[in-house]
Write a protein that binds this ligand. Structure first.
Ligand code: ADP
Ligand code: MG
Length: 854
């Protein structure tokens, strides 16, 4: 029976020395599960043991620790710890690793232990990190009137910061968009905000006010002028240095995120457009990222993802990228060579992180070597492609690694076999000694056989007895005293002996081997120190490779899918000829119907009507996706494309309830609409897909109309607005920058076929019932709905103005009356008594009385 004794309630004076040390250490790591190294195991005690045994399905046992009852304990073998840590971290725990700081063989009493690092979701540096995604850790620092936020990927060293001066919603929007999974906040921050992030979005949050105060990492923030941002960065730095505890000098200078340089959109847009993953299955497959990712390196894939999430607005830079994509496409033989060479480049960014932090093994070093070896070739290829950035090839590091690291080193650094012969003379000597003696031992077998005449005699080795001579039972009687054999072990079918000579050689071998292992370890560390000096250079190369890889990927994808180079203009003309949705097209192949998206200088709004399933949403999405592709430097899925550079994209597509925050579809719709119209500029793109359908017909229609008018008159952003309120199409008459278009369908014998072709003008039929019949609803039901539709259509013809309550629930007479009442109210509302002469007022009253027969 296991007890659930708590650490907080034990009498510490009675604890054994080891357990006393444990509880004192654990006091400083209250919010972590402490992995406490005992020999070959990491053990957990008290509450940690209880939690870990539950989460990791380990057996809970007990340890005697001086108390009456045993202390709850569970453990895992030290070599298998990484998968256990993964599980705990994914579940949102923090793990503190407490190692033995002294060699247990060399100290008396308890070995000194301390936490060497804390591992959390955002501070992982291990090999199990997903190579295609960045792993950011972020912080928010509250200055009450505004908030600073900074974030870094410790595995790659990237570091960013910005100030957020708006409300909590804006902050949540930012946090969610970046996909941060761990957040540090200072202690003055709004509790409600923390709760929302923690509970609704599952973000791991640590509250601390500590600020980094040394100088070692000053370079990270020295170029940032704003004192608030400096504080923000130092707040995050304190946390990561405190958890990682190792050298993190691969962290780069912090970059200030300049919103003016990026095409801005929020997480909803990212989701709606399926940029990174699909809405339904949350899968990378069939997302835009999936389509465009023909990268050869993990760095390229991550860079592409970063670009898709943050497209740019710098025309020169975009044209520079187009130029290079075009060049690579024409030089397709060089492109092939480049791709093959990029295959040899490993994840230099993450390798830099491990070099700096120190958890890099010989195989990582080999990966670095292979990557560096590929650089001269890449450099040559880039020169022949007129690429405008210079790659530094780092030949001296490459040749150092070539000289030193063996081709197939073991994973562990404590087994030797890492360093090549010929690099270090002491090592060579030791190896000679060791292998010479090994040969010598093999010779002993031969010599002894001859000397003793025992044919089956063998020389063997085991860990307990070292080298021995083995004689089978049957031949045992042949062993004579004068041989000088000392018996060591008797087994069922043989006898094992040692000799003086054998033991002497053994000492030399084992002594040499231990020395070799230690020396190799030291040499490896020295090499790592040398390589460490090149980290910033390696990072520079990595950045260039990421970009080149992404651009070659654009070239491949553009060729495969017939994308064209966009023509960026300074006017407000958007003209995408024969535009396609690249992902839907990829899936449907030739069946996809291309469409023009044309908004000249005088057209800002396209009002799109058409039956359900006609392709309205797809048409709108493809516009936004095309623009995003253009603004990351990729070619676009069109026959030709002329477009201005957009500053922001807003979307309201699909009726996905925000289940997380528990808000209704309509509320979410209105919030998103508000976000769009309050933030959009005339250089933005707005996509509103059937806005207003979450509420009663006339509410929805009125709101839709008001929003259209607002955008038309005040914002002037390029807008695509799909609707099934056909009544709205009359707006074209009054709003001169609005154009009606529709997606056509063909009806024959009551059956519709969708042509997916977009045409000028409005459509007056919604084909809803036809679509329902396609979905095989019962025939009687379809027939009945047609009858009902007829009744409604007759009603609608009789009334001109929109009424508030649902007309459909009233009798015909009631409807007439309601319409009359509305007209009456309208008439009253329309007059301005203060501006009327008494005579006019009298006349008005008289007319009213007459008209309504009162
Ligand atoms: P709507 O928004 O008008 O209801 P969608 O845009 O959701 O229609 O499209 C419905 C389906 O029609 C899509 O799932 C897609 O398979 C198909 N589709 C849409 N646009 C096209 C197109 N241009 N060519 C071919 N098929 C299309
Ligand atoms: Mg739709």
């Amino acid at each position: 029976m296991v007890n659930y004794m708590k650490r907080s309630s034990v009498d510490r004076s009675k604890l054994s020395p080891m357990m006393k040390e444990y509880v004192e250490l654990k006091d400083n790591y209250e919010d972590c599960i402490v992995f406490y190294r005992l020999g070959d195991f990491y053990e957990m005690f008290f509450d940690d043991a209880i939690t870990a045994s539950r989460e990791l399905e380990l057996t809970l046992t007990g340890k005697s620790a001086g108390l009456k009852e045993k202390v709850p304990m569970c453990g895992i073998p030290h070599h298998a710890y990484s998968s256990y840590i993964d599980t705990l971290i994914e579940k949102g725990y923090k793990v503190a690793i407490a190692e033995q700081l002294e060699d247990p063989k060399k100290v008396k009493g308890t070995v000194k232990r301390d936490v060497i690092q804390v591992i959390t979701r955002g501070t992982r540096l291990d090999n199990n990190l997903d190579s295609k995604n960045n792993n950011y850790i972020a912080n928010i620092y509250d200055f009450s009137y505004c908030k600073g936020i900074s974030y870094t990927d410790i595995s790659t060293g990237e570091f960013f910061c910005e100030l957020l001066e708006k409300d909590n919603e804006d902050i949540i929007r930012n946090i969610i968009k970046h996909g941060f999974r761990e957040l540090i906040v200072n202690d003055t921050i709004d509790r409600e905000l923390i709760n929302t992030l923690r509970v609704n979005y599952g973000i791991l949050i640590t509250i601390t006010k500590n600020i980094y105060e040394q100088d070692d990492y000053q370079y990270i923030y020295q170029d940032i002028e704003d004192i608030r941002l400096k504080t923000t960065i130092k707040h995050l730095l304190h946390y990561i240095l405190d958890t990682k505890k190792g050298d993190l000098h691969h962290l780069k200078k912090c970059e200030l995120v300049k919103k003016t340089n990026t095409l801005i959109f929020d997480n909803n847009t990212k989701k709606n457009l399926e940029l990174i993953e699909t809405i339904r299955s949350r899968d990378r497959q069939y997302s835009l990222l999936w389509l465009l990712d023909k990268n050869k390196t993990a760095m390229g894939s991550r860079y592409l993802k970063l670009q898709i999430e943050n497209p740019i607005t710098d025309k020169n830079e975009l044209e520079r990228r187009y130029h290079f994509v075009e060049k690579i496409s024409t030089e397709f033989i060089i492109r092939d060579e480049l791709r093959t060479t990029l295959d040899e480049v490993y994840d230099l960014e993450r390798l830099s992180g491990r070099i700096s932090y120190g958890n890099l093994n010989a195989r990582d070093m080999l990966q670095l070597k292979r990557s560096l070896n590929a650089l001269p070739k890449i450099k040559k290829l880039l020169t022949s492609l007129d690429y405008d950035k210079e790659i530094e090839t780092l030949d001296e590091v490459a040749s150092l690694l070539e000289k030193t690291i063996k081709e197939e080193p073991p994973l562990s650094l404590k087994e030797g076999s890492i360093i090549k012969d010929g690099y270090n003379s002491e090592l060579d000597e030791l190896r000679k000694l060791s292998s010479g003696s090994k040969d010598f031992i093999l010779n002993i077998e031969k010599d002894e056989k001859e000397r003793t005449g025992i044919k089956t005699l063998k020389v063997g080795f085991n860990k307990i007895f070292g080298y021995y001579i083995e004689v089978s039972k049957g031949q045992k009687h042949l062993v004579k005293d004068e041989f000088g054999y000392e018996r060591r072990q008797t087994l069922a079918n043989c006898e094992r002996y040692i000799t003086k000579e054998l033991k002497e050689k053994e000492n030399i071998i084992l002594g040499a081997e231990e020395k070799i292992v230690n020396l190799e370890y030291k040499l490896f560390m020295d090499i790592r120190e040398i390589v460490k000096r090149y980290i910033s250079k390696i990072q520079k190369v990595a950045k260039i490779i990421s970009e080149v890889d992404m651009l070659q990927s654009f070239s491949i994808v553009s060729d495969e899918n017939k994308f064209v180079k966009p023509n960026l203009v300074n006017t407000k003309e958007l003209n995408l000829i024969e535009c396609r949705h690249p992902v839907v097209e990829k899936v449907m192949k030739d069946k996809y119907v291309s469409n023009d998206i044309s908004m000249d200088q005088n057209t800002n709004i396209l009002l799109i009507t058409g039956p359900n399933m006609a392709g309205k949403s797809t048409y709108m999405r493809q516009c936004a996706v095309t623009i995003i592709m253009a603004q990351i430097g990729c070619f676009v899925p069109c026959k030709s494309a002329t477009m201005p550079i957009f500053d922001k994209i807003f979307t309201r597509i699909g009726a996905s309830d925000d289940l997380v925050s528990g808000e209704s579809t309509f509320m979410v719709e209105m919030k998103e609409a508000n976000y769009a119209i309050s933030e959009a500029t005339e250089n933005s793109l707005i996509l509103f897909d059937e806005l207003g359908r979450g509420t009663a017909t006339y509410d929805g229609m009125s709101l839709a109309q008001a929003i259209l008018e607002y955008i038309h008159d005040k914002i002037k952003a390029k807008t695509m607005f799909s609707t099934h309120y056909h009544e709205l199409t009359i707006l074209e008459k009054d709003l001169k920058h609005l154009k009606n278009i529709h997606v056509s369908a063909q009806e024959k014998d009551g059956k519709v076929t969708f042509l997916h072709k977009v045409k000028i003008g409005a459509i007056d039929k919604s084909y809803g019932i036809n679509v329902a019949s396609l979905a095989r609803l019962p025939k009687d039901l379809i027939k009945r709905s047609e009858e009902i539709l007829n009744i409604y259509e007759n009603h609608n013809k009789k009334q001109e103005t929109f009424t508030q309550t649902s007309l459909f629930e009233m009798t015909e007479e009631e409807v007439e009356k309601k319409i009359e009442q509305n007209e009456f109210e309208e008439a009253i509302r329309g007059i301005k008594p203060l501006e009327m002469s008494p005579m006019e007022a009298l006349n008005f009253l008289y007319e009213l009385q007459k008209k309504y027969d009162i």
